[in-house]
Design a protein around this ligand. Structure first.
Ligand code: NAP
Length: 284
């Protein structure tokens, strides 16, 4: 049995990972690593047999203490912490004899969009893992319907208004976070998952097909605005806001075919489709 630590384990994806790991008999210990200021939030969210350990990512000794006895680290840190904080954790994990490190990927293979700022830190962390000769798995998931079908990503479902980047005809992989977590539990201990990209694809739908599902469920025609990818990126950069640039980079990704994962794995379970998620979560 393995001991696993989830960095950022009370976050959006992290909470799903921690729940699935703690329900699996494969893991003897499940820990959440949280920064001290936020550990009360982690403690509130943690399932019963999950321990919270606390350290700042700048505190090397604190990280080593948190990692004592841990076999596998799964990083579910926010993308903004994929660079320096995550690389500090990788260095400490190597020193603490961690056997495997799963970096915070959980989207599309960043090397396919290496020129985009959003992916630069994820690529740096991949390099840090290779430099440390630490076993890793890079999980590719496509988009999460349960976070991305929302106004911040252009899907203003409540107001029947969608802003799409591109023509909406590119296939997109979609996977719910609970299915991502289930897949990680199924695969993370397998040696065959080491040192490679391992992809899950819960469903495949173009953006236009998703709009059609939403319209069917709500029984209304949506107002769909389409933006040219280059123009959308130029407008985002002109704002000088890195958050807006990052979101637009991901939108340009789906518009240009990079949100479709390649070679998806065979699954031991039936993932939820986008249509099922829409039917359960969107009010008619
Ligand atoms: N494919 C998709 O559609 C999709 C959608 C969303 C996210 N993702 C990916 O999933 C991963 C997790 O994202 P998320 O949205 O679940 O993350 P999140 O909930 O925003 O953050 C996860 C945790 O990261 C820690 N954190 C945040 N800012 C930090 C900082 N500056 N320094 C150190 N730690 C920090 C926090 O933990 P503590 O406060 O407890 O320390 C937080 O709870 C990312 O790689 C993201 O790109 C993919």
């Amino acid at each position: 049995m393995s001991s696993v630590l989830v960095a950022g384990g009370s976050g959006g994806l992290g909470a799903f990972l921690v729940k699935a790991l703690s329900e699996s008999p494969k893991f003897s210990t499940v820990k959440i690593l949280a920064r001290p200021d936020n550990s009360h939030k982690a403690a509130k969210a943690a399932p019963a047999r999950v321990e919270i350990v606390r350290a700042e990512y700048t505190d090397h000794a604190g990280l080593l203490k948190a990692l004592h006895g841990v076999d596998i680290v799964i990083s579910a840190l926010n993308g903004i912490a994929a660079g320096d904080p995550q690389i500090a954790l990788i260095k400490a994990a190597k020193e603490a004899n961690v056997k495997k490190f799963v970096p915070t990927e959980f989207g599309v293979d960043p090397s396919r969009q290496a020129s985009f700022s959003f992916y630069a830190d994820k690529l740096k962390a991949q390099q840090a893992l290779r430099d440390a000769s630490l076993a890793y798995t890079l999980y590719g998931t496509g988009l999460f319907p349960d976070t991305d079908l929302a106004a911040w990503f252009g899907f203003d479902i409540e107001n029947n208004k969608i802003t799409l980047v591109g023509d909406g005809n590119q296939p997109i992989s979609w996977t719910l976070r609970e299915d991502v977590a289930r897949f990680v539990v199924d695969t993370v201990l397998e040696e065959s998952s080491n040192n490679k990209v391992v992809n899950i694809e819960g469903d495949v739908k173009t953006a236009n097909e998703v709009v059609a599902l939403l319209e069917k469920k709500k029984g209304v025609k949506f107002d769909v605005i389409r933006k040219d990818p280059d123009q959308a990126l130029a407008e985002a950069k002109a704002t000088g806001n890195p958050g807006i640039v990052a979101v637009t980079e991901i939108q340009v990704g789906y518009a240009t075919g990079f949100a479709k994962v390649s070679n998806p794995s065979e699954l031991s379970f039936k993932p939820k489709s986008v249509e099922a998620w829409v039917n359960e979560n969107v009010r008619a």
